[in-house]
Ligand binder design. Structure first.
Ligand code: A3P
Length: 287
């Protein structure tokens, strides 16, 4: 199926219509943030699911119950999906955190007024491309990626869900409300998950004992988290995600692009990256 059949255009970017029908996007536009809300923001395939595991465990101070009993889409609902609508009842019961793939410019009025805390997760775009390539091949609500070359042109041109990686990252690193944003790299979490848990906890105003930090990091390490049925998307019917083609928690490493890219693809990607990021001062872990 084509982009015209599977996607809608929302604020200039493609969104998969099946996941984000108009009523959900409308719901989001009127959504009221609270200053103590926690928002996980990512370009797709940058480590959202990982953060949807880490944040609730920090808030529960290491109690595994929320992550072992509540699917991640209910635990940390998406602003742009049905679950945010249905989770409204729980806002007073849980310390609610939300996830979104929106660009900074797509945030609603209430966001700019309330300035909730944001965890912005960044990942090497070559690995985002690689992870996306497999994901688009297994999810029926996304346009089949075609060849790697074809998909690379779409990726570099922002003709995929949530548009351009470059625009997304630039929009968030240029945000004015920097005091309420923690920028964290996927690669940093791979290198030192315990240190990352500590850093996130500190940002969220939680002081955790070394044992609790250790417990959280141990649960969230790829091989362990992959076993969690509430987080590995095994609850999603195969007609939507065919994990026989590629698992959602696929490899969980940094640098997998090296196993996928040809030399020519690497050069093409680098050339576009250099051009699009030429005015950016931010220090990225992969540069
Ligand atoms: P790969 O496809 O490279 O394995 P998102 O949740 O934003 O869609 O991102 C999905 C990517 O994050 C996938 O990357 C997935 O395996 C990876 N991921 C999820 N949980 C992880 C974990 N605990 N450790 C490392 N990577 C993880």
């Amino acid at each position: 199926m084509t982009e015209a059949e599977l996607y809608s255009v929302y604020k200039d970017v493609y969104v998969p219509t099946h996941l984000h029908p108009p009523e959900c996007l409308k719901y989001y536009e009127d959504f009221t943030f609270r200053p103590d809300d926690i928002l996980i923001v990512t370009f797709p395939k940058s480590g959202t699911t990982w953060m949807q595991e880490v944040v609730p465990l920090i808030l529960s101070e290491g109690d595994l119950t929320p992550v072992l009993t509540v699917p991640n889409w209910d635990r940390v609902p998406w602003l742009e999906e049905h679950r945010a609508i249905s989770s409204i009842w729980s806002r007073d019961l849980l310390h609610v955190s939300f996830a979104t793939h929106f660009h900074h410019s797509m945030m609603n009025e209430s966001y700019f007024k309330m300035k909730p805390r944001v965890l912005y997760v960044l990942r090497d775009p070559k690995d985002v491309f690689t992870s996306s390539y497999y994901y688009y091949g297994m999810a029926s609500y996304l346009v089949n990626p075609g060849t790697q070359d074809e998909f690379m042109e779409k990726f570099l041109d922002g003709k995929i869900m949530f548009g351009s990686w470059f625009d997304h990252v630039k929009s968030w690193i240029n945000a004015e409300e920097k005091e309420s944003i923690l920028y964290i790299f996927y690669e940093e979490m791979i290198d030192d998950l315990k240190g990352s848990v500590e850093k996130i906890a500190k940002f969220l105003g939680k002081s955790l004992s070394p044992d609790v930090t250790e417990k959280i990091a141990d649960h969230c390490v790829f091989k362990n988290m992959k076993q969690n049925k509430m987080s590995n998307f095994s609850l999603v019917p195969e007609e939507y995600m065919d994990q026989k083609k590629s698992e959602f928690l696929r490899k969980g490493i940094a640098g997998d692009w090296k196993n996928l890219f040809t030399k020519a693809q690497e050069q093409r990607f680098n050339a576009v990256y250099k051009e699009k990021m030429k005015d950016v001062m931010f220090k990225f872990m992969w540069d």
